[in-house]
Design a binder for this molecule. Structure first.
Ligand SMILES: *Cc1c(COP(=O)(O)O)cnc(C)c1O
Length: 380
């Protein structure tokens, strides 16, 4: 089956060269727009493309506001800061995620708590969340959700839409609401994915996208915060652009801000990529269908979009029998020209987070041993 898979993928991509996991595609107006910023000299923090890119993403996602940032991690950092996460707080997230989710929590000097993921979504499990909160937390007279074990405030919850597949975000939002916990959606991987016909990233108070080189669209490096809250949107723009008070010539900053803005050069790339997003998602969905059929009669399970959702299939994943089979598959494919990768090491197993509180994580542990990502570049 390993050889059959390698041969199949090589045929799909019509290549004999080493095949990376996810390459960007520039098949639209990228060169034209990027050259235009160079010719105009407006490559940096001023220029029309940043605003245009923000408008396009807000429009696409159905959010009222979008604020571009230097990358997805900085977008997450600011989103958490905006809902009031600080050193007195804890933030609930999933252990099965990319490191950026948890790094952003630590940038706010808060502590992460890990609850389990669901088998059908690979995203944060509303049941695991509910159980953790019911067992460990109470609401104090100021309305804060207090963790009995640490006496800290559980301020926010960051569910992540793994590989672009939406998690049960409406249920998560409902549980969080009943405990006065703010939801910040890590939708870095799910631009173009919908849950119950609503775009991911627009269920929580704030949502975050990434335009890193390996995402469904890229600006080289970049991120975006989306929200319907005008006040938060204004604050996001302000503190990601050094908290400078508007003035014709004076430099006055009214708080410690961040230089997290996206450059006009990067945004030009982003505008051209946004023009192709629908096309990319269609292509990814076709590719997923082909994979699904291929793996149908094997003992390898292809991961498909969960119920009630329409996934962008950003990164294709398969589930092997066990860790031994997984390791054999990884070795064979990588030695034979097809880059594949195991899912992330669980966050609570990393040195920095090994003492973090966590719920029973049996789904995450099971998936960690078996999930592998396979070739996912858009086939033109
Ligand atoms: C890509 C990604 C991010 C943000 O990454 P940047 O490289 O900083 O843009 C955050 N969370 C998840 C789950 C991601 O996959």
């Amino acid at each position: 089956m390993y050889k059959k898979t390698v041969d199949f993928i090589k045929r799909l991509y019509q290549t004999d060269k080493f095949l990376p996991l996810h390459e960007p595609r520039f098949v639209g107006n990228e060169k034209e727009y990027v050259c235009e910023t160079i010719e105009s000299t407006f490559v940096s923090s001023v220029g029309k493309y940043v605003t245009k890119f923000e408008e396009m993403v807000a429009d696409f996602a159905g959010a009222k506001y979008a604020i571009a940032t230097s990358n997805g991690t900085s977008a997450l950092h600011i989103a958490l800061k905006l809902v009031g996460v600080d050193e007195s707080c804890e933030v609930i997230t999933q252990p099965l995620t990319f490191i950026a989710t948890v790094n952003a929590i630590k940038y706010c000097y808060a502590e992460p708590i890990f609850v389990d993921v669901d088998m059908d979504t690979l995203g944060l499990s509303p049941d695991s969340l509910k159980n953790f909160l019911a067992k460990n937390c109470y609401i104090d007279d100021k309305g804060n959700c207090i963790n009995k074990n640490s006496s800290k405030i559980i301020k926010a919850c960051v569910p992540m839409h793994t590989f672009g597949h939406p998690c049960k975000i409406d249920e998560i939002v409902k549980v969080c609401k009943s405990y006065n916990i703010e939801v910040v959606e890590d939708s870095a991987e799910s631009l173009g994915s919908y849950y119950k016909e609503k775009h991911t990233g627009t269920f929580g108070k704030l949502g975050v996208f990434s335009f890193n080189g390996n995402k469904i669209i890229t600006t080289g490096g970049g991120g975006m915060i989306v929200t319907d809250d005008e006040k938060l949107a204004k604050r996001a723009k302000h503190i990601t652009t050094t908290a400078k008070v508007p003035h014709p010539y004076e430099y006055i900053h009214d708080e410690v801000g961040y230089n997290y803005r996206l450059t006009n050069l990067a945004a030009a790339l982003g505008v051209a990529q946004m023009e192709k997003l629908d096309f990319f998602v269609e292509k990814q969905r076709e590719l997923a269908k082909i994979y699904k059929e291929f793996f149908q009669d094997s003992d390898i399970k292809f991961i498909t979009e969960p119920k009630n959702s329409r996934s962008n299939y950003w990164l294709n994943g398969i589930i092997l029998e066990d860790k031994k089979q997984r390791d054999e598959f990884l070795k064979y494919t990588n030695e034979n020209g097809i880059m594949t990768r195991p899912i992330w090491r669980l966050m609570n197993k990393l040195e920095m987070f090994k003492d973090a509180q966590h719920a029973d994580l049996h789904n995450a542990l099971w998936l960690e041993d078996r999930v592998v990502n396979i070739s996912s570049s858009v086939i033109l």
